[in-house]
Design a protein around this ligand. Structure first.
Ligand code: SAM
Length: 291
């Protein structure tokens, strides 16, 4: 019997006395066609090592194992681990790791990793941030996320749907929304529809400013969304710049201080952060350090 049969999955979980937890985003894929479309979109070959985020009962893992050289299946829920071993016993190229993906060490392999996951919705943003931070060792990430999040990740910077996460992701990856996925292909059915997005990590980021400063400026702009840029740069605790420096950098970057930060394109954020770096260096001020 197949893991894409809802009645089989129900019986399997009952046999193992497992009640699914909404708090862990446990909505398993039960549609053979969508499963194959996701695995195909991941563009895997036998030369690839893929890390699967949230393996669940191994439905997607099996499909990935048929296509990739090696699969590292990460799952946080201890109750699913023996079940996963059982379902994956015929796939010697799969390693099951019982861990929170947010704590999982992506390592420093010279071969770039592919990431695939039907993501638990409650931790999508920290997972995407972790992937962005690890961009140098990643080839791609093929992620099933809430439709709303997919739209946020793919939004054009400077438009209403864009968030700080949009800028972070698009700074390091080409982002594509591949297709929408109905809530009806999951067991149990979630409250919202989903979409598959693909992140293809770039060799060179889309900004030239010092990374720490670039991200501080982006965060400051979005944290104080209703404020003007002048206010964001001077009032955000991330930067707390003297007004004189903020205005000088805005003038050099040719950006109106009265604009709201969320209206800036990625290139404008970069120009502003570069101008700030110069202004701070001229005054011998240290640029803020953490992202
Ligand atoms: N891959 C399976 C599928 O497609 O049917 C399951 C996907 S289900 C949406 C998300 C899975 O992620 C659940 O099995 C859940 O227990 C697991 N999970 C939730 N939070 C996690 C975390 N922080 N790290 C690793 N796995 C997590």
């Amino acid at each position: 019997m197949s893991l894409t049969s809802p009645s089989y999955v129900r019986d399997l979980l009952a046999q193992h006395k497992i009640r699914l937890k909404k708090s862990l985003g446990q909505h398993f894929l039960v549609d053979e066609n969508i499963l194959k479309k996701i695995a195909t979109a991941a563009q895997l070959t036998k030369a690839d090592t893929v890390v699967e985020i949230g393996a669940g009962i191994g439905t997607l893992t099996q499909e990935l194992a048929r296509r990739a050289g090696r699969v590292i299946a990460v799952e946080i829920d201890s109750r699913l681990i023996s079940l996963l071993h059982e379902q994956l016993r015929l796939y010697p190229n799969v390693v099951v790791v019982h861990q929170d993906f947010l704590q999982f060490d992506l390592g420093t392999s010279e071969y770039k990793l592919s990431i695939v996951g039907n993501l638990p919705y409650h931790v999508t943003a920290p997972i995407v941030e972790k992937l962005v931070a690890a961009h140098t060792i990643l080839k791609s990430a093929t992620l099933l996320v809430q439709l709303e999040v997919a739209e946020k990740l793919c939004a054009t910077p400077g438009t209403r749907d864009a968030h700080a996460l949009t800028i972070f992701v698009q700074s390091f990856a080409e982002v594509h929304k591949l297709f929408s996925v109905s809530r009806h292909v999951f067991f149990p059915k979630p409250d919202v529809d989903a979409a598959l997005v693909r992140l293809e990590f770039r060799e060179i980021p889309r900004f030239r400013a010092p990374e720490d400063l670039f991200f501080k400026v982006v965060r400051a702009a979005f944290n104080l969304r209703r404020k003007t840029l002048k206010q964001s740069l001077t009032r955000s605790p991330l930067l707390a710049l003297p007004t004189e420096i903020a205005l000088e950098a805005l003038a050099k970057a040719q950006i109106d201080p009265q604009r709201r930060g969320e209206t800036l394109s990625l290139e404008e954020f970069d120009r502003l952060a570069q101008a700030l770096a110069t202004a701070l260096a001229q005054r011998n001020c240290a640029a803020p350090r953490s992202r």
